[in-house]
Design a protein around this ligand. Sequence first.
Ligand SMILES: *Cc1c(COP(=O)(O)O)cnc(C)c1O
Length: 455
Amino acid sequence: MSPTRRELEAWDDAHVWHPFTPHSVYREEDPLLVVRGEGNHLIDPEGNRYLDAVSSLWCNLFGHRHPTLNAAIAAQLDEIAHATFLGNATAPAITLARRLVEVTPDPLTRVFYSDSGSTAVEVALKIALQYWQQCEGGARRKRFLTMANAYHGDTVGAVSLGGMDLFHARYAPLLFDTLKAPCPDTYRRPEGETEEAFHARCIAETTALIRTHGDELAGVFLEPCVQGAAGMITQPPGFLRAVAAAAKEAGTLLILDEVATGFGRSGETLFACQQQGVDPDILCMAKGLTGGYLPLAATLATEPIFEAFLGPPVEGRTFFHGHTYTGNPLASAAALATLDIFEEERILEKLPAVTEHFAERVESLRDCPGVGDVRRWGLMAGIEIVADKASRRSYPAEERRAQRVCRVARDHGVFLRPLGDTLVLVPPLSIQPEEIECIRAALAAALQQVCGDSS
Ligand SMILES: *Cc1c(COP(=O)(O)O)cnc(C)c1O
């Protein structure tokens, strides 16, 4: 017999250490216990259904238990679950590499697998550093430029690249130094500066940093178009293109972290760089890669980068990196099925209409109590709540207002997870118009209840 809710909660409290979770308030904040999924919904032990408005942390694309994905994983299970990819090969991971090269910008020709967004970033970091050491005259390129408030994952290299003090400050003794460009947070721009002037200044300061330090930079790391974990901070129009041009001019590598922005989140193209017409030298992907089913990540690189790693084995140019489960066949089969679904169900063709409706309904929340800012790029949105709209004053952190808004929204059938005081909406690409309406209504009711006292 399967354990009861009561037993599971007791064992959870006794034995589990949850990720990014303050345990002193874990139980009182009433976590959702998920036992099943169906389409865009999560289901608890009592059979209550909750719309998965964050796509199970931004990775689910087509809903839960999609028949194509389930069948692909089951079929692969009948072949083999896992065999090593170290100096060795398995069929699904090879086929997937070919498909990924087909669907990404032309200069990217090589696929290195790992298991999460963080590891995809670690791989990019180490490839870039080693690449320059193995290039004529490249040895002085050792630094990386990243954005303030960036989030590239939670492993130590990715944390060094990141800039979110709440997540990162503790680990300072372990971290290496990076150059930080200012985060283009339009809502928090200096008093009296227009949006246009602020945007122009962000672009100018970032490109100037790249120019000034151009010949010591191993790479420029960027979450293109939107800094997700920073609170869905959207970049000014033309930002990515300007940074890409500056990186090219400086002769350094442009490394795009599309862990969050990839797989249709732009609402138009598979990757954000394609929407912006930018070709990165290295591209990191994870979250949506398996449709939100299994842990898999990929770091794609250009042929010249790959070639710098060639040479007689004794020369030590090999990329000494890889994990036990690198190139896992089950995860690769899920990723292949994900790409099949994009084609068979013509997902990208349908996305602009979904995105337009989503944009309009999210924007309509701007007048709700407590809403300071509404930020959106494609099918990713952040709603920042504040105690005072006029002065943009934040709520005291200990009030955990956004967390409370999300908890109330759950009573209206919508599951959300905030980032600080920002309510986050990253629905599955398969979200239906009436489900978008359900999210809007749940949030409007929750904001009224939790932020009705804000001014
Ligand atoms: C989520 C995220 C990561 C980390 O991915 P994990 O799979 O959680 O390790 C890295 N970069 C960006 C932009 C992300 O959103």
